[in-house]
Write a protein that binds this ligand. Structure first.
Ligand SMILES: C[S@@+](CC[C@H](N)C(=O)[O-])C[C@H]1O[C@@H](n2cnc3c(N)ncnc32)[C@H](O)[C@@H]1O
Length: 275
């Protein structure tokens, strides 16, 4: 994939080069979560974002907490035993297989990411409970054919699978047609499968902050952000019934008892069940 933001993102998919001179979404997220797997370029980009949007770290934590609640719901209440987690991120506490296998040890989890730093840490993702299994695929979300073919080595797509696309689609520009990408994935799924998704919200974060981050990241971060509205995010769930409470700010999706944080909401989140 190109690191030149002026070039169309088009079909140039595939693992990214190991370039730490330019910040990367996975490592910025790691820094915002308090992790150590990031470089000076990532920290500078994250600090620039924090200047215009002081709530960025809280939003990252809220996104990660959403992942935990979603996977717990899918394993404990929806009875899902197969997970395809695309845009895994650098392993941190509460990875998908840890949450799922704590409830159902036989759970099978396939992880997908295109950042070589995530690959370097993939060992932590492959530390499966012996009753289940995990796999790591280095691939670009836009290459759905490769992802589905390789994931079928571990997952049985004739049975329900939960696909999670958490905090990833906002780095897929409109030019790459993210709705078509998601449709290619969900079309393959058996009825009773799930799609879990979170996405930075153009209608929850002020225009000034969005522009400020765009300006401060322009030329120094490998991805550019595309904030999307509630209506645009809802369209990802076409052909699905949304699980209660529907599409809401991530903090409001089945919050833990006593949880607060409504004010820092900047991302839409939902879980849909395929009819
Ligand atoms: C912000 S992190 C989210 C991690 C995790 N899903 C969560 O919600 O805690 C987004 C991840 O998506 C990955 N990513 C972004 N664009 C991608 C693409 N086109 N293909 C594969 N992975 C991608 C990044 O490398 C990063 O690790």
């Amino acid at each position: 994939m190109t690191t030149d933001e002026t070039a169309p993102s088009g079909n140039k998919t595939g693992p990214l080069p190991f370039d730490t001179s330019k910040a990367h979404q996975a490592r910025i997220y790691n820094y915002l979560l308090g992790g150590k797997d990031n470089y000076a370029s990532d920290r500078a980009a994250a600090d620039a974002a924090l200047e215009v949007w002081p709530g960025a770290a809280a939003a990252a934590r809220a996104g990660r907490a959403f992942l935990g609640r979603v996977v717990r719901y899918l394993a404990a209440e929806a009875g899902i035993r197969q997970f395809l987690d695309i845009g895994t991120g650098i392993p941190t506490a509460g990875n998908t297989h840890e949450v799922a296998q704590a409830i159902a040890p036989e759970s099978r989890v396939v992880y997908v990411d295109y950042d070589p730093v995530v690959l370097a840490h993939a060992r932590a993702l492959l530390d499966s409970h012996e009753a289940g299994a995990t796999e790591y695929i280095e691939a670009d979300l836009r290459d759905t054919g490769t992802i589905l073919t390789r994931a079928a080595g571990l997952l049985d797509f004739s049975k329900p699978v939960a696909v999670s696309l958490l905090a990833i689609l906002h780095v897929i520009p409109d030019a790459d047609d993210p709705h078509a990408i998601v449709a290619k994935l969900t079309d393959t799924l058996a009825p009773g499968s799930y799609l879990a998704l979170s996405h930075w919200a153009s209608d929850l974060l002020g225009q000034e902050k969005q522009q400020g981050i765009r300006d401060s990241w322009n030329g120094r971060v490998q991805q550019q952000m595309t904030w999307r509205s509630r209506e645009q995010v809802e369209r990802f769930f076409s052909g699905m019934d949304l699980v209660e409470p529907g599409l809401v700010p991530v903090e409001e999706w089945r919050p833990a008892p006593g949880a607060t944080g409504k004010d820092s909401s900047t991302g839409w989140g939902a879980v849909g069940r395929k009819r």
